[in-house]
Design a protein around this ligand. Structure first.
Ligand code: NI
Length: 223
């Protein structure tokens, strides 16, 4: 399941994020890669100077973890601090699945990956996020300020950037529900539930469906 979050960051927030990234130092992304990823990863990542990094996260992560679509699609238990990456011409990230277990002292299982697109698509060529799904290859290049959420287990790559500069924030979450198929069902049902609760809260079926949703989460949650 790929879910697009269309309204994550405003233009003002994006401007602030870019101003902060412009002050930062970028280093070889291979330094943070696992053994497998190191062979295919060719990008640069923000060196995490504490003050700058916290200000960025305050904007990007606050918005992400509170976003209702993210919460419904991901059912997050733990959300990692992000990487801020940039791809300049010739840079790419070949096919890989994300590391299954991440984190330093507090380890977590990566169930859900998120890419927040920070650069307007007209400002760079190439750089699509290609994800292999059961319905074939999906190529994703979203407007700045939008995000895509996808299973960390899916094979994906970043197509080579041919011109301009692609900036993204990427992060991972451990979901309360580890199975992507179960998460997809809960996402569908959860959206229907929210719609009914907003529009027909007095209907008996609204309450019954809401109870089914709650009890499915209880049945499948692993915390
Ligand atoms: Ni990845």
């Amino acid at each position: 399941m790929l879910v697009t979050i269309p309204d994550l960051l405003s233009a003002a927030e994006l401007a602030e994020v870019h101003a902060l990234l412009d002050q930062g130092e970028f280093i070889d992304g291979r330094l943070s890669a696992g053994t497998e990823a190191r062979r295919v990863k060719h990008n640069e990542e923000l060196r995490q100077a504490p003050d700058l990094y916290q200000r960025l996260n305050h904007i990007v992560m606050n918005r992400l973890v509170r976003h209702p679509l993210y919460r419904l699609a991901c059912l997050p238990l733990r959300v990692a601090a992000p990487f801020y990456a940039r791809y300049r011409p010739g840079m790419t990230y070949g096919y890989h699945v994300d590391d299954p277990v991440m984190g330093g002292e507090e380890r977590y299982r990566s169930d859900v990956s998120t890419t927040v697109f920070l650069t307007d698509p007209s400002d760079y060529e190439g750089g699509e996020l290609s994800v292999r799904t059961t319905f074939g290859l999906q190529r994703i290049k979203l407007p700045a300020g939008q995000a895509v959420v996808y299973p960390s287990s899916s094979l994906h790559r970043v197509e080579p950037v041919r011109s301009g500069e692609r900036r993204v924030a990427v992060t991972w979450a451990q979901s309360m529900v580890r199975d992507p198929g179960q998460r997809a069902l809960l996402f569908e049902l959860g959206q229907i539930r929210e719609r009914l609760l907003a529009e027909q809260p007095e209907l008996e079926e609204t309450g019954r469906l809401s109870n089914v949703y709650a009890n499915l989460v209880r049945m499948w949650a692993d915390i």
